[in-house]
Design a protein around this ligand. Structure first.
Ligand code: PRP
Ligand code: ZN
Length: 282
């Protein structure tokens, strides 16, 4: 099975990390265009992110990890196997910071620079805005400063590129994240290996978003603590050598952790430990 990944950039780092955490090793050859795996029947093609949708659509690669923005822009009908939750960004319109923004009418008859003309054209049509879309391949953010455009439409992640170029984000047109996509013509054998890969990715993603927590709790508070913990099943409660105390173990979602930590302490939990989970089999 062949997977297309971004050659370099943010998407590449996160994609490689995910595959490594899924236990897939790589032998990266010189030049870094292809890589094979000694322990999984997969070959990696390293490509420009813009080329990934077509490569999968044409069955040159069976699967790929691609930004949703690139897939929508290129217009290929690929099956989305999984939303991966990383490389999150917005596709936004931005204008010079000093300009007043009256709403979308700002863009009427204005020039907008972008590398994503298809998405922008569709959006302006939906919003009944007639504007001049000026396609450029890169460094879109400098276009207003050099008088090439009145505004830009580009990827915004941290927002620092906008700040550095004295621009402000005025409309979010779409949100994007990394997607695992596949061709619709996989052989039965490749489909099976894809299922195995999905299973591993699910285990990694679950592990990354959950933590194992343990704490010491006075016996008469155990019931109250158990009610606060949103674990997979009911938590484990073990007696401590110190009479009158128990050790309570549970798995909780990391995003819920800070919300309940105060409650646990208020009830009387002590010595809280939070431990990362390597893999979580669902
Ligand atoms: C995108 C975009 C901006 C930057 C925004 O470029 O074109 O330059 O990211 O990110 P920020 O809000 O965190 O500053 P990318 O890194 O994808 O490179 P590319 O434009 O060369 O593809
Ligand atoms: Zn890019």
């Amino acid at each position: 099975m062949r997977i297309a990944l971004q050659k370099k950039g943010r998407l590449n780092d996160d994609s490689m990390k995910l595959l490594k955490e899924a236990g897939i090793k790589f032998n990266i050859g010189s030049g870094k265009l292809v890589a094979s795996s000694p322990n999984f029947p997969i070959e990696v093609l390293f490509l420009r992110d813009d080329d990934i949708p077509q490569t999968v659509a044409d069955d040159v690669a069976d699967i790929g990890i691609v930004g949703e923005n690139e897939m929508v822009e290129k217009g290929f009908e690929l099956s989305i196997v999984k939303r991966l939750g990383f490389s999150k960004c917005r596709m936004s319109l931005a204008i010079p910071k000093a300009e007043e923004y009256p709403g979308l009418s700002y863009f009427e008859n204005k020039k907008v620079a972008t590398s994503y003309p298809v998405i922008l054209d569709k959006y302006f049509k939906e919003q009944n805005i007639v504007a001049d879309i000026h396609e450029i391949a890169g460094s879109v953010e400098i276009a207003p400063g050099i008088g090439l455009a009145d505004g830009i439409f580009d990827i915004v992640s941290s927002g620092s590129t906008l700040v550095a170029n004295r621009l402000k984000e005025v409309e979010v047109v779409m949100k994007s994240e990394a997607l695992l996509v596949s061709s619709s013509n996989l052989s039965a054998e490749k489909q099976q290996w894809l299922e195995e890969l999905i299973f591993r990715i699910d285990s990694v993603m679950a592990a990354n978003s959950n933590k194992y927590i343990l704490m010491n709790v006075p016996n008469d508070k155990v019931n109250e603590i158990v009610k606060v913990l949103p674990g997979m099943k009911s938590p484990t409660v073990l007696p401590l050598a110190d009479k009158g105390w128990s050790s309570v173990h549970s798995v909780i979602q990391e995003k819920k952790f800070w919300a309940i930590i105060g409650q646990l302490k208020a009830i009387g939990a002590e010595g809280l430990l939070v431990i990362p989970i390597e893999k979580m089999i669902l």
